[in-house]
Ligand binder design. Structure first.
Ligand code: C2E
Ligand code: CA
Ligand code: CA
Length: 727
């Protein structure tokens, strides 16, 4: 074997006859080819595999005639794998042999004597042909892969021959058998019926030069049962008046569409609740306003905001908050009748497309804020009823991670065109109305009116003032005495916070405590309060007064995440105050939250030696099980029962029962809001432990309270003839 020059073409010369093989080989070498010689079949196959020649030149006249044809067949099969042509030489000018050789796949048949000049040309011609074929095949391969990657199939149809040629990918996309020729009919059958006629018409008369391209989208079912969406595009190339060729592509755009849907979903829907988002809502509202402007009907936008939701996020964590929001959105969806459009069946709607029949829509605007568009209502009462229905959906406590969560919401309503002509304005006014509803005590709704604007601005300034007041020690604690009936002495007081506003005068804690909760100041306020109370107790101690216990009120929010126990312990340590001189009052709403956390905190407080009282008993979601599960020392009967105990038998019976219950559970019982002598008498008769109320004294400043105790000012109030006090 000679060394092969990779720059030039290589010819494998197979000939059993040494003389003629060498002659042929030499001639070809001189003409510029690389040549490799093989004198028998075995060497020929071995060399073929090694050098992969560009052409095989074989003399078929082997000693054994049958062997010659066999080798020819063998080599042509091998050569076909690399598209190398085989030229057969023979000394026999035999037609049958020539036919057999061509049948075997040879490219040419040359009879001795050989004209080497012509043979060289034949070799060149054959090699060029095979190179062209190779490059064509390569291009076909590239195209095939490209089509596969792009999910695009192609085809060509000629009007004259009526023949259809399609690519591999075309067959794959449409699910056609590749081994079979695809007919026009096959393709037409895959098209939706509605399109078929249109297409046929196009193919029959692509007359207009302007209309040489058509596009068509449709869905097909596939073997897997999943519908695919296809886009067809075709171009008509007119050759003359009659003849034309149509070139077309077919594109599987299923994924593209899914992608687009996904983008739409992300852009217009809230991922947490799957409700439409603010963008969607605004677009929808814009459309609704346009329609309402034309037809002259009214629209209402309801903005609903959960009350104190951030507390839940802070205490239970964001995951729990998210879960709760999902539950809330499901409840809110129940407000919509089945026959009205709800958020769930709106997925199909492209928010940018004009919506023909506007429907009610609920969206999650952000965080804990939802919006509803009420379109075409008959009377304002309908809107009110709807909003009430929505708020009512939240009444039943939510169960979340084993806790019962009580949620309320506040809603603001703005109307088109009364409260604004554009979406932005209406939303802003609904928001103002919602904030106003919150400032009015939450869990209610309010219609927008222009004076709300003023009030909400005012509220903002009050909020700022409150922040300032807490930080600059401008709040005060007043103390309301609690009278221990058995001993007839004041052993404890309730600390009640007071805010003397420089301009507004005295602001009630019922107003500013919820505000402090809302704007995240309650922990700061609480800390100030605990320290202030401890300081006061210490000062009274030092002034020679008998040790007084101060009860402070804790907001449920202080149980959510703030280190309450540590804060109380620090205050006690700072003022070196006996824990028995401090008491905390909590309301039942605390117990409805993260039960375990609340329990831990209350236990922690009690372990410090601080007493724990359950405040406003009977007003909330009272459950007797709380009384045994939580570590209370004291129970305070709500004012509302005390104020009715004289006139209403029911209230009297309730007080009686609560007192008995406390005796059984070994809890101290306090009646608050005692205003009248008769009430005191009733409580004495029923052996209530402690009373508190205006009958004895309102909350007093620190010095006044000290005087009140020193002077024993309450004693005269007790010394009525019928009173028998067990001293
Ligand atoms: P509360 O804990 O139930 O406090 C008792 C409220 O009833 C006090 O109102 C008190 O002044 C009032 N009161 C006492 N005796 C009578 C009476 O005989 N008749 C009538 N009609 N009212 C009586 P106040 O001080 O306006 O406090 C209202 C609520 O604000 C409190 O209700 C408590 O929930 C909250 N609050 C007050 N101070 C604080 C505080 O320092 N921290 C926290 N977190 N909340 C506080
Ligand atoms: Ca209280
Ligand atoms: Ca109370």
């Amino acid at each position: 074997m000679k060394a092969v020059n990779p720059q030039t073409h290589t010819i494998l010369v197979v000939d059993a006859n040494d003389k003629s093989r060498i002659a042929t080989s030499d001639y070809l070498s001189e003409a510029g080819f690389n040549t490799v010689e093989a004198k028998n079949a075995k060497l020929a196959t071995v060399y073929f595999k090694q050098i992969q020649p560009d052409l095989i030149l074989m003399d078929i006249d082997l000693p054994d005639a049958q062997g010659g044809l066999e080798l020819c067949t063998q080599l042509t099969v091998l050569a076909a794998t690399i598209n190398a042509p085989v030229i057969v030489l023979s000394r026999h000018n035999d037609m049958d042999l020539a036919a057999a050789v061509f049948d075997a796949g040879a490219a040419d048949f040359v009879v001795h004597p050989i004209n080497y000049l012509v043979l060289v040309q034949r070799c060149r011609y054959q090699i060029r042909g095979s190179m062209n074929l190779n490059s064509l095949k390569r291009r076909e391969r590239i195209l095939e892969h490209a089509e596969r990657i792009a999910n695009i199939g192609s085809w060509e149809w000629n009007s004259k021959s009526g023949e259809l040629h399609v690519s591999k990918e075309f067959n794959r996309i449409l699910g056609f058998d590749e081994s079979r020729l695809t007919s026009v009919r096959d393709v037409l059958e895959k098209l939706p019926e509605s399109e078929r006629l249109k297409i046929i018409r196009h193919f029959q008369q692509p007359n207009s030069k302007h209309q040489t391209k058509i596009t068509l989208h449709h869905r097909v079912g596939s073997e897997t049962g999943l519908g695919r969406t296809l886009r067809h595009e075709a171009r008509f190339v007119l050759h003359n008046d009659k003849d034309y060729t149509v070139y077309g592509t077919i594109h599987d755009i299923t994924e593209e569409i899914a992608h687009k849907d996904q983008i739409l979903q992300l852009a217009y829907y809230d991922t947490l609740t799957q409700l439409p988002n603010r963008t969607f809502f605004k677009t929808h509202l814009d459309h609704a306003i346009k329609q309402a402007r034309k037809s002259g009907h009214l629209l209402a936008v309801v903005l609903l905001d959960l009350d104190l939701f951030t507390r839940i996020n802070n205490s239970l964590g964001h995951d729990a908050g998210d879960e709760l929001l999902k539950k809330v959105s499901n409840r809110l969806l129940r407000t919509f009748d089945d026959n009205r459009c709800t958020a769930l069946n709106m997925h199909a709607i492209d928010p940018q497309a004009p919506i023909e029949t506007m429907s009610d829509k609920i969206a999650r605007l952000e965080g804990d804020q939802f919006a509803v568009l009420i379109n075409r209502f008959e009377r304002l009462d309908d809107v009110i009823l709807f909003v009430q229905k929505m708020l009512k959906q939240l009444v039943t406590p939510f169960s979340l991670q084993g806790n019962n969560i009580v949620l309320t919401a506040s809603a603001g309503i703005a109307l088109y065109p009364v409260n604004g002509l554009g979406a932005e304005m209406i939303l802003r006014n609904a928001d103002a109305a919602m904030h106003f509803a919150k400032s009015q005590g939450r869990n209610n709704f309010h219609f927008y009116s222009s004076d709300i604007d003023f009030k909400s601005k005012e509220r903002l300034s009050v909020e700022n003032d409150l922040r300032h007041a807490i930080r600059h020690n401008e709040l005060e604690l007043h103390y309301q005495p609690k009278l221990h009936l058995k001993s007839g002495s004041i052993q404890s007081v309730e600390a009640l916070v007071r805010w003397q506003h420089p301009v507004r005068g005295l602001v009630s804690p019922s107003q500013f405590v919820p505000m402090a909760e809302e704007i995240g100041l309650i922990n700061e306020l609480g800390e100030w309060l605990i320290n202030k109370a401890c300081l006061q107790a210490k000062q009274w101690n030092e002034s020679g007064l008998q040790p007084i216990r101060i009860a402070i009120n804790l907001s449920p929010i202080q149980f959510r995440g703030s280190p309450l126990v540590q804060m109380i312990r620090n205050a006690l340590l700072t003022y070196r105050l006996a824990p028995s001189q401090l008491e905390v009052e909590v309301t039942e709403t605390v117990l409805l939250e993260d039960t375990n956390r609340v329990l831990r905190t209350l236990d922690g407080i009690r372990n410090l030696g601080v007493k724990v009282a359950l405040d406003d008993f009977g007003t909330g979601y009272s459950s007797l099980s709380y009384l045994t599960r939580f570590p209370f020392n004291t129970l305070k009967i709500d004012r509302s029962f005390v104020s009715q105990c004289i006139q209403k038998g029911q209230a009297a019976a309730i007080i009686h029962t609560i007192i008995q219950l406390c005796k059984n559970l070994n809890l101290e019982v306090v009646a608050e809001g005692v205003e009248k002598y008769e009430e005191l008498k009733f409580l004495l008769d029923h052996r209530c432990d402690v009373v508190q109320g205006h009958y004895f004294s309102p909350a007093l400043g620190a010095n006044e309270l000290a005087d009140y105790i020193r002077n024993q000012s309450w004693v005269t109030l007790l010394s009525t003839p019928e009173m028998v006090i067990d001293r």
